[in-house]
Design a protein around this ligand. Structure first.
Ligand code: SAH
Length: 340
């Protein structure tokens, strides 16, 4: 709930509106019960706990990368489902990568998140809790958020918008929109809808191929959102929000790493003033795809005048890198391995 909604609820139980701000602040700091809210009178705390509940995710498993200190959390949700998030530390601060759905229905051929299908959308609070509780547990202050975990954020549109409002709220975690990146597999009509909110977040589009033939083979979403439709929406997004769109491109050997892909990608990027974020393909168990040569491809793009960066591979030793997060069953074998 946002403070303005809490105010309404408090009024209904005969309490002053200003209490909402106090409760909201407590929740953002990770309070797990009304009893913790010590600046609120005991009588009201009791009344609140009789009328409302606070969701508290449980850490089912926590793994820390020996290579780079990246932490991967597996959270147990209220209904027994479980999702992962990843906390990465950079020189400029800590970034958490959050999941937006339990599973994913987009079916990208190279991605582990889609294995096992889609179970349900996450509630706004379940997305927010990933930020609050990874900050609390790790004692690392989170300054940036990437919506790049399990799920397709634009397929859970309303809850994602509400999450953004919650996490951005000045009385909450107060994380600025410019510190948030939302990644999508490219649903054109939803990109337009997002543009209408005119948020200052960074939109990142998983392109992965510059031609429809290649893209449709690896990303089913391309069949209803082909590249020209998608890039048109990205152009409109840029025009409306003034924010340049960034394009993710996971390099797959023999699939999208040819010379013709390189040249076509450069051409498309000129059309949309896009920036390319090359991702070294990460291993997914049972997948036939192998990584392409990222540095060579990056050099080629750069020589053609494309603005390009290569994404670091954080947390690969704990399967926390891009595309490696997957829906987990809550099973007795889960919590054990690698737990700290
Ligand atoms: N559904 C959203 C959010 C996921 S973000 C989206 O598709 O953008 C995760 C990013 O990692 C996406 O760009 C995704 O395409 C990419 N990815 C998926 N599998 C990968 C793999 N095996 N190696 C590298 N990147 C991968």
């Amino acid at each position: 709930m946002l403070p303005r909604e809490m105010e309404e609820c408090l009024k209904k139980i005969g309490e002053p509106a200003f209490r909402a701000r106090q409760v909201f602040k407590w929740l953002a700091s990770g309070a797990t019960s009304f009893e913790d809210m010590t600046n609120i009178a005991r009588k009201l705390r009791k009344k609140l706990s009789e009328s409302f509940y606070i969701t508290v995710p449980k850490i089912l498993r926590k793994q820390v990368s020996a290579q780079d200190g990246t932490i991967k959390y597996l959270w147990e949700l209220r209904d027994g489902n479980a999702v992962e998030s990843v906390l990465m530390s950079y020189e400029y601060g800590n970034t958490v990568c959050v999941s937006s759905q339990v599973g994913c229905k987009m079916g990208c051929a190279f991605c582990a998140s889609t294995i096992g299908g889609h179970v349900r959308n996450l509630e706004p609070s379940e997305i927010l809790d990933q930020v609050i509780f990874s900050q609390l547990d790790s004692r690392r202050r989170i300054s940036n958020i990437v919506m790049m975990g399990i799920g397709e954020p634009l397929d859970n549109f309303d809850n994602v918008i509400r999450f953004l409002e919650l996490v951005n709220h000045p009385d909450g975690l107060n994380i600025g929109m410019r510190h948030i990146t939302l990644s999508t597999c490219g649903i054109a009509e939803r990109i337009d809808k997002l543009a209408s909110y005119n948020l200052q977040l960074t939109l990142s589009v998983s392109l992965h191929a510059p031609d429809d033939e290649t893209r449709s083979k690896i990303m089913p979403v391309n069949k209803s959102n082909n590249i020209s439709k998608l890039l048109e929406a990205c152009k409109r997004y840029h025009e409306k929000t003034g924010r340049r769109v960034s394009f993710e491109y996971a390099l797959i050997k023999g699939v999208n790493d040819g010379d013709r892909h390189l040249r076509l990608l450069a051409e498309k990027m000129r059309q949309v003033s896009g920036h390319v974020n090359l991702i070294p393909l990460n291993e997914v168990e049972g997948s036939r795809f192998k990584p392409g040569n990222v540095n060579k491809f990056a050099k080629g793009l750069s020589e053609l005048g494309v603005n390009v960066t290569v994404r670091r591979r954080l947390g690969a030793d704990i399967d926390a890198a891009c595309g490696q997060l997957r829906k987990k069953e809550r099973s007795p074998s889960n919590p054990g391995k690698g737990m700290v």
